[in-house]
Design a protein around this ligand. Structure first.
Ligand SMILES: *Cc1c(COP(=O)(O)O)cnc(C)c1O
Length: 394
């Protein structure tokens, strides 16, 4: 089997599994307990906090552990909205290709009286900085733009966006779930105020993540209860998960440049191979994209059938994000970058892992070519296109 769905989730690294085991089997005490046994777990959490902070250029006290990327996104956005509301500011700026963890939180805030401007991501999936600048108003309390997109892999101009927000005194949050551990990132150099990340996207366990909030940025908690995480996130800490996340992030960060260089080469080989299929197009920008991300649309086929036949050939892939697979609506991201419904339906996302090889890539190219040709063979849409009854778009 070739696993090419690393944007949906990744395999845990050996280092992460090894790091978490002692905290499941031996040091299972509650970190809030006063005896030594519990304190050992508490120390492990603080050590993990220092490691995670160092990996992104933050200070330990700027890291809040959460249950994952979705919770971090919710907490960051809701905190900024609460602060904004107090100051009479109810305007938020985001964009059309955000993850649902951001979009659905914003939709809820709209129902609660906030106004949201969604910037277009344009054909290449990248937000225009001048359009962001023009959208900022006196009552803007938050800009939230993702670091890198989970479907089409495009990387946004985060530094420029952060600089504009800073000059206009507007809070800036970025959903960096796809970027952390995959592309060089430093919260101080980038100038972001809040950043979300999730362990299972960088070879850590599922169900744990973190929110970076710059010193001085006030957070509100979503979950009421005990005083864990300085009162900002109640609930007994996921000690083993937190320790494993730190181990995974340390490993990913230590090897980031080598992994990115290797993956970029494989990605471009895969893109070149798939580009040989007629009436196919790459989604997103060819250069400003995540090292392992390949996203294509093929005219005249259904993405779902493509995935099932690829599965038969031992290739795990996705049509868009894991969250929209299973629903018949085409991806909001592909529609937002201008793909029409029929074309957006024929989508394929392949996200390579660090252990992928050239042979894997060549196998995937051959498999996709075969399957696309096969499906087009009995597609009425394809027949009409070839007969000139409908116009090719790609
Ligand atoms: C996966 C993902 C999330 C959600 O993270 P979870 O830890 O699964 O809640 C949010 N944003 C992006 C961009 C993602 O890829």
């Amino acid at each position: 089997m070739i696993y090419a769905d690393n944007a949906a989730t990744t395999k845990m690294s050996d280092a992460a599994v090894a790091a978490m085991l002692p905290y499941l089997k031996e040091y299972y005490g509650n970190p809030s307990s006063l005896y030594m046994f519990g304190q050992k777990a508490k120390e492990a959490i603080e050590e993990a906090r220092a490691t995670v902070a160092a990996c992104i250029g933050a200070e330990p006290r700027e890291i809040i552990f959460t249950s994952g990327g979705s919770e971090a996104d919710n907490q960051a956005i809701r905190s900024a909205a609460m602060r904004g509301k107090t100051a009479g500011k109810r305007h938020i700026i985001s964009d059309t290709i955000e993850h649902h963890a951001v979009l659905h939180t914003l939709r809820q805030l709209e129902k609660e009286g906030f106004e949201v401007t969604y910037l277009p991501a344009h054909e290449n999936g990248i937000v225009h900085v001048d359009e962001l600048e023009a959208a900022i108003r006196d009552d803007t309390c938050l800009v939230t733009i993702m670091y890198a997109n989970n479907e089409i892999g495009t990387i946004q101009p985060i530094r420029e966006i952060a600089a504009i927000c800073k000059s206009r005194s507007v809070m800036f949050h970025t959903d960096a779930v796809q970027a952390v551990g995959h592309t060089p990132l430093n919260v101080k150099d980038d100038g972001v105020d809040m950043l979300s990340a999730s362990a299972h996207k960088f070879h850590g366990p599922k169900g744990v993540g973190f929110l970076y909030a710059k010193r001085g940025v006030r957070l509100f908690n979503l979950i009421e209860g005990g005083a864990q995480e300085r009162g900002l996130r109640a609930g007994t800490e996921n000690v083993a998960g937190i320790v494993a996340m730190a181990a995974a992030l340390k490993e990913a960060t230590d090897h980031l440049n080598d992994n990115a260089a290797k993956l970029t080469k494989l990605r471009d080989r895969l893109i070149a191979g798939l580009s040989g299929i007629p009436h196919a197009a790459l989604n997103g920008d060819a250069n400003q994209r995540l090292p392992g991300n390949v996203s294509f649309c093929f005219e005249g086929i259904e993405g779902e059938s493509l995935l099932l036949l690829l599965d038969d050939k031992g290739v795990c892939a996705s049509s868009g994000s894991a969250c929209t697979s299973g629903s018949l609506d085409p991806s909001h991201v592909l529609l937002a970058i201008g793909r029409v419904h029929d074309v957006a339906h024929g989508s394929l996302r392949l996200t390579l892992g660090e252990d992928a090889t050239e042979a894997d890539v060549d196998y995937i190219i051959a498999a996709v070519k075969d399957v696309v040709e096969h499906l087009r063979g009995f597609s009425p849409v394809w027949r009409d296109l070839c007969a000139g009854k409908a116009k090719f778009i790609l």
